[in-house]
Design a protein around this ligand. Sequence first.
Ligand SMILES: NC(=O)C1=CN([C@@H]2O[C@H](COP(=O)(O)OP(=O)(O)OC[C@H]3O[C@@H](n4cnc5c(N)ncnc54)[C@H](O)[C@@H]3O)[C@@H](O)[C@H]2O)C=CC1
Ligand SMILES: O=C(CO)[C@H](O)[C@H](O)COP(=O)(O)O
Length: 298
Amino acid sequence: MHLGVIGLGRMGQIVVDRVLEAGHDVVAFDLEPEAVATAADAGAEPADSVPDLADELGEEKRIWLMVPAGEAVDATLEELEPHLDGDDVVVDGGNSYFEDSVRRAEACSAAYLDCGTSGGPAGAELGFSLMVGGPEWAYEELEPAFDAVATGPDGHERMGPAGSGHYVKMVHNGVEYALMQAYGEGFELLHEGRYDLDLESVASVWNNGAVIRSWLLELCEEAFREEGTDLGDVADRIEGGSTGTWTVQEALEQEVPLPLIYTSLAERFGSRADDGRFSRRLASRLRYGFGRHEVPRR
Ligand SMILES: NC(=O)C1=CN([C@@H]2O[C@H](COP(=O)(O)OP(=O)(O)OC[C@H]3O[C@@H](n4cnc5c(N)ncnc54)[C@H](O)[C@@H]3O)[C@@H](O)[C@H]2O)C=CC1
Ligand SMILES: O=C(CO)[C@H](O)[C@H](O)COP(=O)(O)O
């Protein structure tokens, strides 16, 4: 296979490496020349623009986008569009909103595959888990690339029609938020609680046979090992949030209750108040109002 890869950041570079390693050819483009040079060092053919990449691919175009979700995907598709026809296949491996993917699949001249990617840069060695939506023939056509980028043939699956791959990945991320919240709460109680515990040891012993063992728990173990049992200078602030917001919005629309995922998202937003949470400050002042309890002041 001759694959074009556009977007050569943390994830795109892994796509390039794994596809090359599987013996395929890659032509690579990124807005950042340094990223293109890194891909070229790995063995990819460098392209200096989107049209150049399309030209290099020749008649049969198989193109993998790994750019940030949103405008970058639309901008890239707009540049690609004059070079595409119905025999070509474009894969969006980023975290795009599933309704955007449905819209793009309708507008794109090529067959369009929305591919939810899980595993992150830390999963590079093992390969990713890929959730793909779009036409069956295009999925089958791209199977050699999916085999290479995923953990293997079992690491990818066609979920259904356009949008379904990114829909499944959106829900995956909601689950990810809730799992992180659950581990966070458990370790917070252990940290604040009545025993002086080494949290790396706790995570390690849990990871060996416990019901709650998981990759996220292995990452907890790594975090305590690298940062210390009190997490050192890691700030009380969680960034990100778009995929969890989409999950909660969809749940509201479908009237499906997701209290854990919603709470995890709310905790994320709550962590960003620079000056302390207004609601907590008001609750503190109200306790004075009804009970004359002392108000801690800054
Ligand atoms: N980092 C992660 O853990 C995961 C990320 N994703 C998704 O994969 C996508 C890429 O993520 P990362 O690699 O982490 O981001 P990144 O920020 O490391 O890399 C993005 C790359 O795209 C390039 N780029 C941006 N606009 C472009 C354009 N118009 N044309 C060509 N290149 C362009 C940037 O120069 C950069 O090199 C995102 O949608 C992200 O949400 C999915 C799963 C896991
Ligand atoms: O998809 C991922 C992991 O599965 C990415 O790491 C993503 O960026 C995480 O989402 P958020 O930014 O909403 O935390």
